[in-house]
Design a protein around this ligand. Structure first.
Ligand code: SF4
Ligand code: SF4
Length: 322
């Protein structure tokens, strides 16, 4: 049946440290963050109850009334949606601890608290989804937090997913801790690893990340890149006033190529973008255009635009159309 909905609303689930939500998307005018279970601490989910409630929202979308929090979200699309009950978009983001200290991270405002914040073990919940037939083998599983590789259940969980034959696992890792499970998944071609380096020089890296791990991260990336089948992206979050030099950006593209990586991702710092999205300085567009149009000059094969960068592109196209 054709109607306007989105992949997350139809078949998504997002695990946070204290809640289960539909998605983690929030920079559109509706604001997103639709909570389904509050005060969640890793309990096994009653899937009949879960789908009963979810289907009320899906039914609304079918009748042309997607949730108000979805308003303006670029994930909304009119298409034929599969109305069966299953999950094939999972975000695992229930942890907030990290061995890095990015100045733009939501954890920066109270690093001690977020690093000490005890989280639940998600392994039994994912295992239950597999055993109850809720998780599709075609699922996209995304890890984002926090740093997943220092999660106690991480290696076991990735092996569980690889054994179940899920073939699209996206892992956002800072690259500081080398993970044998990621290497295995890359070799099998089932993992996409995204590492936000945000720089090409030690000085800028340390200014942003506030840890002395520049050489270690690039060495680990080079090692991961030897596992040929998987896809690795180095990511650059543009932070105006910090890493907004075109030279830094060009050297990032070059360095990415030199360690054997052929894919990149690009984004713009969240708070800065939300505050200035109607008044973007020209030099930001120059950097954005350079990355999105010239990456192939560096023998990079693909460039993925993350949420804010994608919004920047759409906002500008809309303005030019008016
Ligand atoms: S439309 Fe956007 S906000 Fe709504 S569920 Fe989908 S991704 Fe989330
Ligand atoms: S690597 Fe990610 S989770 Fe860790 S501090 Fe940086 S942005 Fe935050």
């Amino acid at each position: 049946m054709k109607y306007t909905s989105c992949i997350h609303l139809e078949h998504g689930i997002t695990f946070f440290s204290n809640s289960v939500q539909i998605c983690c998307i929030s920079s559109h005018c509706g604001g997103g963050n639709i909570i389904e279970i509050n005060n969640y601490k890793g309990e096994l989910i009653d899937w009949d109850d879960f789908f009963t409630k979810r289907n009320q929202l899906r039914e609304g979308a079918r009748k042309g009334h997607a949730p108000q929090k979805c308003e303006g979200c670029y994930y909304l699309k009119e298409q034929d949606w599969n109305t069966d009950n299953y999950i094939d978009e999972v975000l695992i983001g229930h942890f907030t601890h990290c061995n890095c200290n990015c100045i733009y991270c939501y954890t920066e405002k109270d690093k001690k608290f977020f690093n000490a914040n005890k989280t639940y073990n998600i392994y039994p919940v994912i295992k239950d989804m597999i055993e109850k037939g809720v998780l599709s083998k075609k699922a996209t599983i995304t890890f984002g937090g926090g740093e997943p590789t220092i999660l106690q259940e991480f290696e076991e969980l990735v092996h569980l997913l690889l054994d179940y034959d899920v073939y699209n696992i996206r892992i956002h890792s800072d690259g500081i801790k080398y993970s044998p499970a990621i290497e295995k998944g890359l070799k099998l071609g089932k993992i996409t690893l995204i590492t936000s380096v945000d720089s090409s020089s030690k000085k800028v890296y340390e200014e942003i990340k506030q840890v002395p791990c520049f050489d270690k991260v690039w060495k680990n990336l080079e090692q991961y890149a030897k596992a040929k089948n998987g896809l690795i992206r180095t990511k650059y979050v543009l932070i105006p006033g910090v890493n907004d030099s075109l030279t830094e950006v060009k050297n990032w593209l070059q360095k990415t190529y030199e360690v054997g990586i052929r894919h990149i991702a690009f984004d713009i710092e969240d708070n800065w973008f939300k505050a200035r999205r109607d008044n973007i300085p020209q030099y930001i567009y120059v950097i954005f255009d350079f990355v999105s149009e010239c990456y192939k000059q560096y023998k990079i094969e693909s460039c993925e635009l993350y949420e804010r960068a994608y919004n920047l592109k759409v906002d500008r196209e809309n303005r030019l159309r008016v």
